[in-house]
Write a protein that binds this ligand. Structure first.
Ligand code: ADP
Ligand code: MG
Length: 618
């Protein structure tokens, strides 16, 4: 092989490795977690700059190159420093950008941060030598190895390969873990994840920091190879090229990210260099931009899931076999007791949760009240959606909440669940005033709600939708994920078996491996109810669980709700199907125009003229 060819190949290999690492980082943030990091290139760049100033000796006075630090550290300390710096910068940016749940806000903040950073680095000459950038950065081990330039390139390509493998093992642990599953659920529906007890902004921030650190590592490797770095290398447009790469390759798939890095950054950005030269100066980059633009359009139109789409996690076989093994064990142990295993009975509704830290129960509170709503109000721009409502939800009973459309029923449920904050009033859950708490914290108390509009995790399978809801999963945290599959396996099998039994009861086993987003509306509602049950609620809030469900399934849902009630689960249920309310609920609360109209049994309400005229007839 000629020297020129070898140098060309090694350069491509290094770039491929660096870009793949970067794509894995972006894929983790955007493809897995749904975080739109429009400042992505900034993190790669901080890694490059920090590596440079940790590798370079102190800036010489009298020369034109000025920069901070200049610590002249031995390898791999500059890379370590770069990784830490990337993580810290992400912590700083993310702590601000990721706090509000709105993704458009997050993306905009990151874009603005990226642009501000570009300007700062150019104007602050003393940081990283301004617009001219840093150069003559020594390559690691170059003097010690004393190789020919070609041999050194091969050596460096090998080094990049090793680092890439390490990064792959790291991201693979995360994406394959229970935590990875929760992150994908966050991507699909952050509000629902919040309602199951996870603070989305905190988990997003962790993901953002990890991605920022890995992106910085990729930048550090690159600068060690090319020996120079300047603002021209990291314009905001570069971020979009990385986005194109992970979208084209296939989101939420680590092999997809690799393919994307290869195709977009390797082929599409390389090929134009070999096209005949036109007379314009910027032809090459213009053609590159145009190609990238066409590429993303083609993919968004014909193959929006990318070349290697997200892998469907087929867990049904494992779930079925663990469920039957568990059933056999149960049969052995409970034959004497003579009780069949029934996940909808007391065992399921038993509250596994501990009271969150810092929660003090009011000793004087009535122990028979699961929820006490006291003079609660909520307005939306002058409209009193809930207007000073007071009612009780007795423990261990099913309570119905009915009223005409727009009465404020859903708003009342959201206020109890913490999805909305009340403008005034008290909401006591087990004697604790939770008014104004975030939804995740209220869910940790065991208050789980279902949504009026179906809120399944569309790109998770039905089984995954159920398992992700369960509290207390080893591996469902950053640290747990890194411990590997063995650490979380036993509990995962337990949960799969539990989920499988629920699917059997709701007659949905044939859809165990179906993406929840592909189900019918009625089936999605069932998934949501099962998911809520997997979360081990102590209080279940149901918002129109039968809306959009066919009559047969309605009956199934009704039967299950009756069994849950008989098992002692506290429920508050909004529903228009009054027959079901009558059969399931012990008492009923009626709302109209944001106010409490009446409470009592269905029978009592039928003889209440005010209720009849407001709702039951009209
Ligand atoms: P219900 O569930 O009983 O049909 P809702 O609680 O959904 O009623 O709504 C009660 C009232 O509050 C309606 O007038 C509705 O338009 C209004 N409302 C509900 N949510 C919002 C919101 N996010 N922004 C503005 N108005 C809202
Ligand atoms: Mg409603």
């Amino acid at each position: 092989m000629s020297i020129a060819l070898q140098s060309y190949i090694t350069t491509l290999l290094v770039y491929l490795g660096v870009n793949t690492i970067a794509c894995w980082a972006l894929n983790l943030q955007f493809g897995v977690g749904g975080v739109m990091n429009f400042a992505f290139i900034l993190f790669q760049s901080i890694g490059a700059y920090i590596t440079a100033v940790l590798t370079l000796p102190q800036a010489q006075s009298g020369t034109y190159e000025t920069y901070i630090l200049g610590l002249h550290l031995p390898w791999p300390l500059p890379l370590v420093g770069a990784t830490v710096a990337g993580g810290l910068l992400a912590l700083l940016v993310g702590a601000f950008a990721l706090r509000p749940a709105r993704r458009d806000f997050q993306a905009t903040v990151m874009l603005v941060v990226s642009i501000i950073a570009e300007t700062l680095v150019v104007t602050q000459q003393g940081w990283f030598n301004g617009a001219s950038g840093l150069y003559s950065i020594p390559q690691p081990f170059a003097s010690a190895l004393n190789l020919s330039p070609t041999a050194y390139s091969w050596f460096f390509a090998g080094l990049v390969l090793v680092v890439s493998l390490l990064v792959y093992l790291f991201v693979d642990r995360i994406t394959g873990s229970p935590w990875g599953r929760r992150l994908r659920a966050m991507r699909d529906n952050p509000e629902a994840v919040e309602s199951l007890g996870t603070k989305v902004s905190v988990e997003s921030l962790k993901l953002y920091v990890i991605g920022g650190a890995i992106a910085a590592l990729s930048g550090g490797l690159l600068v060690e190879f090319i020996g120079a770095w300047s603002p021209a290398a990291w314009t905001t447009g570069e971020t979009f090229i990385y986005f194109v790469a992970v979208i084209v390759g296939g989101l939420a798939n680590n092999f997809g990210a690799f393919f994307g890095a290869f195709l977009v950054l390797g082929v599409f950005l390389e090929v134009p260099q070999y096209l005949p030269n036109f007379s314009y100066t910027n032809t090459e980059s213009a053609i590159q931009s145009a190609l990238i633009g066409v590429l993303i359009l083609v993919f968004l139109w014909w193959r929006p899931k990318g070349i290697v789409p997200e892998r469907r996690r087929r867990l049904s076989k494992l779930a079925m076999s663990t469920a039957s093994a568990a059933a056999a064990r149960e049969a052995g142990t409970s034959a004497a007791a003579g009780s069949a295993r029934d996940p909808l009975s007391a065992e399921l509704v038993r509250n596994h949760r501990r009271v969150p830290r810092g929660v003090v129960r009011d000793a004087a509170a009535d122990p028979d009240l699961a929820i006490a709503v006291r003079d609660v109000a909520r307005e939306f721009g002058g409209v009193q959606a809930v207007d000073g409502v007071t009612f009780d939800v007795p423990r261990g009973q099913a309570t119905g909440l009915i009223g005409p459309n727009g009465a404020g029923k859903s708003t009342a449920l959201k206020l109890i669940a913490g999805a909305l904050k009340p403008t005034r009033g008290q909401i006591l859950v087990d004697g604790v005033d939770v008014a104004g708490w975030p939804a995740s914290r209220i869910a940790q108390l065991g208050v789980i709600r279902t949504f009026q509009h179906t809120s399944e995790f569309a790109q998770l399978t039905v089984l995954e939708n159920l398992v992700v809801a369960a509290p207390g999963q080893p591996g469902d945290s950053l640290g747990g994920a890194l411990l590997g599959r063995r650490h979380s396996r036993a509990r995962q099998h337990e949960l799969l078996a539990e989920a499988w039994e629920l699917l059997e009861q709701f007659d949905l086993t044939k859809h165990a491996d179906t993406y929840a987003g592909e189900l019918s509306g009625g089936q999605r509602r069932l998934v949501e109810i099962m998911r809520a049950l997997m979360a081990k609620p102590s209080i279940l809030l149901l918002d129109e669980p039968m809306a959009g469900v066919n009559p047969t399934l309605r009956l199934t849902i009704e039967e299950h709700l009756q069994r849950l009630r008989d098992g002692g689960l506290t429920m508050l249920m909004v529903e228009h199907e009054l027959g079901a309310i009558e059969r399931v609920c012990d008492s009923v609360v009626v709302m109209a125009q944001g106010r409490l109209l009446a409470t009592g049994s269905m029978e009592e309400l039928r003889s209440n003229e005010e209720v009849v005229s407001a709702y039951l007839v009209g």
